[in-house]
Design a protein around this ligand. Sequence first.
Ligand code: FE2
Length: 271
Amino acid sequence: MLRGLNSREEMRRLQCAADAILERFDENEHRTVFHSGPERQRNSDRYFLESGDKVRCFFEPDAFDADGRLRVPKRLAVNKIGHALHDLDPEFRRFSFQDAVKGILRSLGYARPLLPQSMYIFKQPRIGAEVAPHQDSTFLYTEPNTVLGFWWAVEDASVDNGCLWAAPGSHKQGNRSRFVRNAANDGTLFDPPQSVLSKAGGVALEAPAGSLVLLHADLVHWSLDNRSDRSRHAYTIHVIEGRPGVVWPSSNWLQRTDGKEFTSVYDVHLD
Ligand code: FE2
């Protein structure tokens, strides 16, 4: 964890940018809920599958009442925004391609990093859902595996508002399961079917706002639900190596609909 990599002011700017997206979002457009566990399989629809090069909002599972009406205002009902904030929103673009990100990637030996995915995660007060133990390599995968996760605390993240947890050493056991598009390309499945991953030995990664957590793709990590009165906003990007010989399989759920390559991190020059 890199504590205080970014300032609270920088994180507040991201929060404002996320608020502006929610303000523009028409909550009657769809009812797509984000689930992190096996539920996910039944919930993959076009809105999700085509979000790889768009800015789209996904609801918390507990956002609706039995009649399908929002129980809370929309700005408190959305689970996350994904998955191309880094390409399409100026504030998130500036943040995602900051020099510190490039420096970290250079220090880790990335020759031509590409950025396939960004997400703004709300972990809303009282209804913020648990994210089950998982490996990011389940959801984003290259051959060989080069996925690296960047997770920033936009707000202070602690045990009571649903901070990250991780199982030290779990990344040494390799990928257990992949979340892939089905043969008909209209849904997804876990291959092999995902078993429940253990939380044994988990440590809480409490992080003050502005801190960055780097996540190895095979590290088992999770977060608990948020029953507190405080939100726990976070911003994440995932980076892959784009040099020749590294393959982004067509079975990955995330595919650009416009056929363009993912943005090359070192090639983005900010004003
Ligand atoms: Fe994750």
